[in-house]
Ligand binder design. Structure first.
Ligand code: GDP
Length: 596
């Protein structure tokens, strides 16, 4: 219940997932699921409930819900960042234009850092002489009296993991491509991230000062990855620059404003305040300092905030120059003091109505993380994905494909693209050669995709990330098997893989007469152990003649749970009595494995 006792008004859409509803109501999904259950509705975190149901939950949690009319349907919006979905739900009349937020992506050494420095310095030189800029992971510049915010994180250790989210926090991606090197693997990755987040791309064709620059060849490569330059009648602005020589920067900012104007970049400065955590660290004498990018509402000193797994009250706030400020409107990057702990980069922060309430949300979130094994996580296995496709929640299977060589990638991609089962198709978010990287896992996690490896394995960082993010990686070495599995997944026939591991073996030494539960075999365990609750099969000669469960496992007339190698025991099986001396009883476990 609301601690003020009054109902807070809230607008809710026609349909909303449990996860979104919990975010809107500033509570945990568990709370929402419990409230739904107490009203007789069973739903998991990813399931949608209709407005009427959501309104009942809202009322119980202290909100008065009214229906929100959204012109465009937001269904199938898993790839669109949450903050953008929230802004889309603001009352259109209250929205106003805000400065665009730019993320700079590109292959290593193509000049991201140099470009970010050049843009920042150009502005400082033209503005306040000697103005000191703090490195807070984001900054703002002024061009033609308009503000532009840049996310400035490439050199940062967290950047690899941030890249997927970096694209998500941005309104426009500037893709840096070196004119002497062209489209490279991380260029393609960046394009996939930006496309998945539906963020427009501007290409900064860098290093044109280099004698070996081949801009036309690079434009050709760009056209091949669906970024057709505007001068060739395409949609992509390609701006030649030299970050080192500070050439073309004005043109680039011009292009940014042009794309911004064509893409209605809006927010409600008076709405609920939320945004993205850019970076955070512990600073001696100041405690936790976090850089927030405000994306809606206005952040104020004194506000209580929740950011991922931490909360706090904003004690002080600084802009990127290090100047103290009291208020931060949409698109402003600010460094804030007052959080109890370091939030993770890429998390969403939001203002809560009280510090106490903020702490409660964090407690519930922590509990939710602990319960995550029970409540479905955000990432999906192929089977779960199919279940959602069937439920109409997802209209496509999203895949990321990594293959060892280009020669195998092409036939895989072309045969998958053709697949369509009753209107459900395959959407290939990213396809490239090489090992499965941490970035692939991040992209899969943020866009609810499955990773398919063809003679390509995850490296150890990717494997670790996949475990944490619960991203499914399936490996193949035969193209036919791969396409067959995807076809089955689309048709809903894919069964989880059954993986068997042998626990132990026992030889039948003697057969005892009938007892109340049937006949039993006197055995000696010759390998591993026999476990009472595992499955067994009886092997005679070369053949398995029975498979089933153990009815009784005894040592010296006593029921036991397991008998180890070297010991004798009596084994009775459910539904099998025909033991013969010399039979082997093999004990095994079966795991239904979904993740390879
Ligand atoms: P990042 O890895 O994408 O951040 O790339 P950096 O900004 O660190 O740049 C990599 C290298 O390319 C550095 O040695 C830069 O000095 C150089 N570089 C960046 N931009 C240009 C440019 O426009 N022209 C030339 N000639 N070199 C550049």
């Amino acid at each position: 219940m609301s601690d003020t006792g009054e109902l807070k008004s809230i607008e809710l859409p026609e349909n909303i997932t449990v996860r979104e509803l919990s975010e809107s109501l500033q509570t945990s999904p568990i709370e929402v699921i419990k409230t739904l259950m107490s009203n007789g509705v069973m739903a998991n975190i990813n399931q949608q409930v209709d407005f009427d149901t959501a309104a009942i939950v809202a009322a119980e949690l202290g909100f008065d819900a009214t229906p929100l009319i959204v012109e465009e349907s937001l269904e199938d919006s898993a790839e669109i960042p949450l903050w953008r979905q929230w802004i889309a739900r603001e009352n259109p009349e209250k929205l106003s234009v805000r400065p665009p937020v730019i993320g700079i992506l590109g292959h290593v050494d193509h000049g991201k850092t140099t470009l970010l420095d050049a843009i920042r310095q150009a502005d400082v030189a033209g503005g306040e002489v000697g103005g000191i800029t703090q490195h807070i992971g984001a900054y703002q510049v002024e061009h033609k009296n308009r503000q532009v915010s840049f996310i400035d994180t490439p050199g940062h250790a967290a950047f690899t993991a941030m890249r997927a989210r970096g694209a998500q926090g941005a309104d426009i991606v500037v893709l840096v491509v070196a004119a002497d090197d062209g489209v490279m693997p991380q260029t393609r990755e960046a394009i996939s991230h930006a496309k998945a987040a539906q963020v427009p791309i501007i290409v900064a064709l860098n290093k044109i000062d280099r004698p070996n620059a081949v801009p036309d060849q690079v434009k050709q490569q760009l056209a091949e990855v669906d970024l057709v330059p505007d001068e060739w009648d395409g949609d992509t602005l390609v701006v030649p620059i030299s970050a080192k020589e500070k050439q073309g920067l004005d043109d680039l900012l011009e292009a940014v404003l042009l794309v911004a104007d064509n893409n209605e970049i809006l927010a409600n400065p008076e709405g609920v305040t939320f945004g993205t955590v850019i970076e955070a660290s512990h600073e001696r004498g100041r405690g936790v300092m976090a850089t927030f990018l405000v994306q809606n509402g206005t952040l104020k000193v004194g506000d209580s905030v929740v950011a991922g797994q931490t909360s706090g009250k904003i004690k002080a706030m600084f802009d990127f120059k290090g100047d103290k400020i009291k208020e931060a409107p949409p698109s402003t990057p600010v460094s804030v003091m007052g959080l109890a702990d370091i939030p993770e980069a890429g998390e969403i922060f939001r203002v809560a109505k009280s510090t106490k309430f903020a702490r409660e949300i964090v407690d519930k979130r922590k509990q939710l993380v602990a319960d995550r094994a029970v409540v479905a996580g955000s990432a999906l296995t192929l089977e779960e994905l199919f279940a959602r496709v069937q439920a109409g929640e997802v209209k496509e299977l999203r895949l990321i494909i990594k293959a060892d060589v280009q020669g195998s990638l092409e036939p895989i991609v072309s045969s998958l693209k053709e697949m369509d089962v009753e209107g459900i198709g395959v959407n290939i978010l990213h396809a490239d050669t090489g090992n499965i990287s941490e970035n692939d896992v991040m992209l899969a996690s943020t866009s609810e995709a499955i990773i398919i490896g063809f003679n390509s394995k995850p490296d150890s960082a990717a494997r670790r990330k996949a475990d944490i993010e619960k991203v499914s990686i399936r490996s193949y070495d035969i193209i036919y098997r791969l396409t067959e599995d995807i076809d089955k997944a689309l048709k809903g026939l894919l069964e989880p893989e059954r993986r068997e591991s042998t626990v132990g073996r026992a030889n039948v030494l003697a057969v005892f007469g009938a007892s109340r539960i049937g006949r039993a075999a006197g055995c000696r365990v010759v390998e591993g152990e026999i476990r009472r609750n595992a499955r067994v099969r009886v092997i005679r000669g070369e053949e398995a003649i029975f498979e089933g469960e153990i009815a009784s496992l005894k040592r010296h007339q006593e029921d036991v749970r397991e008998v180890r190698d070297g010991f004798e025991c009596g084994i009775g099986l459910k539904g099998f009595n025909d033991f013969e001396e010399g039979d082997v009883i093999e004990c095994f476990t079966i795991e239904m494995v979904k993740i390879i």
